[in-house]
Design a protein around this ligand. Sequence first.
Ligand code: OOG
Ligand code: MG
Length: 255
Amino acid sequence: MADLEQLAELLDEAARTAQAVAQISDTAALTPVEAYKVQALSLARRYARGERRIGVKMGLTSRAKMAQVGVDDVTWGRLTDAMRVEDGGKIGRAAYVHPRVEPEIAFLMKAPLAGAVSAMEALAAVEAVAPALEIIDSRYRDFKFDLGDVIADNSSSSGFVIGPPSAPGTDIANLGIVLTVDGRVAETGSSAAILGHPLRALVAAARMVAQAGEELRPGDIVLAGAATAAVPVAPGQRIELQVQTLGTVALSVGD
Ligand code: OOG
Ligand code: MG
């Protein structure tokens, strides 16, 4: 078995220094269980530097995302306070290897949630829903990876922007999504692309974090996964996401 701590250090350093690394699967593919251990070890390094876990993100919960990266399984990753970008804020391109943005729906939790839960139980633990942009950045060369690679790399988590909150009772089943770059439409879709209903991503999050011995906690943010393919970003761009009834969230990109 590969040295999981060594792989965690490799990926953490790649993220910290924005330097791409070779795919782990080039040498020896990780099983999902090994890969989640690498993810946890790499996050432990971030926590040791003072970062705080403030939620989780689901990955590959839509067909569009699965097709874009060629991985067919739902994954999850941890979000830390260092990844948060204010709505309307600016990111620096240099801090990433090859960043992409994607349209998401975020949940803010008001009660703990873990294990096998129904959609109704999941909804009862939600404080608010919001439109969100995720900035993903694979630490692997050419943004290529297999399932084990991407899990170990914290499901490409690198940043997120949360828009205005709406009441948890807001109907989010089939909301129109428009992602624009400099005012031009880059992607359109529906929140229904996320596992048929974004709440199913929250159900999956509760189940998957429990498998790691963790739980969703009050105050946690949960990103449901992108509804469309992700779009590469470049310095000078302004990216805006409009989600029907939920409103708008935006981000700009500097050098
Ligand atoms: C993996 C992360 C996927 C999503 O929303 O589907 C993800 C990747 O595409 O790099 O965040
Ligand atoms: Mg995402």
